[in-house]
Design a protein. Structure first.
Length: 395
């Protein structure tokens, strides 16, 4: 065995009931390749490439647990019709020796009425610029219905062959909206104190754990903080992590941050391709609004290697459960240092979109870092036929 192969990043690790071949996880990054909410051949090929490139596990991004949780018409959502394509996807990933994960979520008030034919819901009545309408507050029956929706989606995912279930508690989607006091202005048992705001997310996580049984690993993609005044704070994020650990519902946490409507580039970091983002807006009013107001509400954040690491250290100190470090991890020395600090897995997105075979090439000594530059044009490509790195065409 070579010296590189013995580095911690490339050694096997356990995640719940799973044995992973190394510690690198391709995190969920919206692919834009599903059609009519179903798997396509390009989507299968996209994930097969990451699996063949050496990652331990690759994650199918944002699959809505119900039809009304979608942000655009073609977005994946869980139902019986989707199972054959999902099985094809997991079979392709497994054939390359990797594990398959699926990210389950609900968009809440971000959901598009053009996709679902009805008004979106959220913790409180809120005007949604994404939906261009007022979302209504969830009623009591919907808490149970959506909890069942997450559980049923989990059962379908396990049936389709997924090894890992990621529940989205970040980026201002529905469960994150409940944690965020800016979104959650309820005065009943589902709002107010942090304990009340966390009640619904914790209920969903317990239901997912029960539905998965011992067949799949389950983890939450949890916001450490929302990144704006009035949002979820770092101290509150740490407390939520402690409660999740005490509940025993999750095998791990994947640590993230940022809010889609308030701090979208808190997560992305790097360049803001505003011109391309405006051009991609399908609705004329949204395009006009973006042209005049985007510079005022889209704040840029400079890219730094492992930019979430300082925040993530607070969580490593607070909980003993496995943690996946996310956010600007591009270098092998960063990966090794983070594992030495006690993080269990490295979750990577743009670095792998640039170099799908990064793990293999690092292990072989061909690369010490991803060739990704944080131009963020890969994000723009999602709406132009599918997420891809535009730099790969130039070598």
């Amino acid at each position: 065995m070579t010296e590189r192969a013995q580095m911690r990043a490339f050694t096997p690790a356990r995640l719940g009931p799973l044995e992973l071949r190394n510690r690198v996880v391709k995190c969920g990054t919206n692919e834009g390749m599903s059609r009519d909410g179903l798997v396509t051949d390009p989507l299968v090929a996209w994930h097969r490439e990451f699996a063949a490139g050496g990652v331990a596990m690759t994650t199918l991004a944002y699959c809505s647990v119900t039809s009304e949780g979608r942000t655009f018409k073609h977005q994946m959502w869980m139902r019986d019709e989707a199972l054959p394509g999902l099985r094809e996807l997991t079979d392709a990933i497994h054939a390359e020796g990797a594990r398959a994960a699926i990210q389950l979520g609900h968009a809440g008030w971000f959901a598009s009425p053009h996709a679902m034919g009805q008004r979106p819901v959220g913790p409180s009545r809120t005007f949604s610029p994404h939906a261009q309408t007022f979302a209504r507050a969830m009623d009591e029956a919907e808490f149970e219905r959506l909890t069942r929706g997450f559980a049923e989606a989990t059962r379908m995912a396990v049936e389709a062959g997924f090894d890992g279930i990621e529940v989205h508690l970040g980026h201002g989607y529905l469960l994150s909206q409940f944690l965020c006091p800016w979104n959650n202005r309820r005065t009943d048992q589902w709002g107010g104190s942090l304990e009340n705001r966390a009640r619904f997310p914790r209920q969903v996580l317990r239901a997912v754990r029960e539905a998965a049984g011992g067949e799949a690993a389950v983890w939450a993609k949890l916001n450490m903080e929302d990144g704006f005044e009035g949002g979820l704070t770092l101290d509150d994020g740490v407390q939520v992590a402690r409660w999740i650990e005490a509940d025993g519902s999750m095998d791990a946490l994947q640590l993230t941050g940022g809010h889609t409507s308030r701090t979208p580039f808190f997560l992305m970091r790097g360049d803001v391709p505003l011109k391309e983002m405006i051009a991609n807006q399908q609705h004329r009013l949204a395009r006009i609004g973006m042209r005049f107001f985007a510079r005022k509400f889209i704040r840029p954040y400079p890219f730094e290697e492992a930019f979430f690491l300082p925040l993530a250290r607070r969580f490593r100190e607070a909980v003993s459960m496995p943690l996946m470090l996310l956010g600007g991890v591009t270098r092998l020395d960063t990966m090794e240092a983070a594992l030495e600090e006690g993080f269990d897995f490295l979750a990577m997105g743009r670095a792998l979109i640039r170099d799908p075979d990064l793990v293999q090439r690092m292990r072989a000594g061909e690369l010490d870092r991803s060739r990704c530059v944080p131009c963020n044009l890969c994000m723009v490509e999602m709406e132009r036929g599918g997420t891809r790195c535009v730099l790969r065409e130039t070598g």
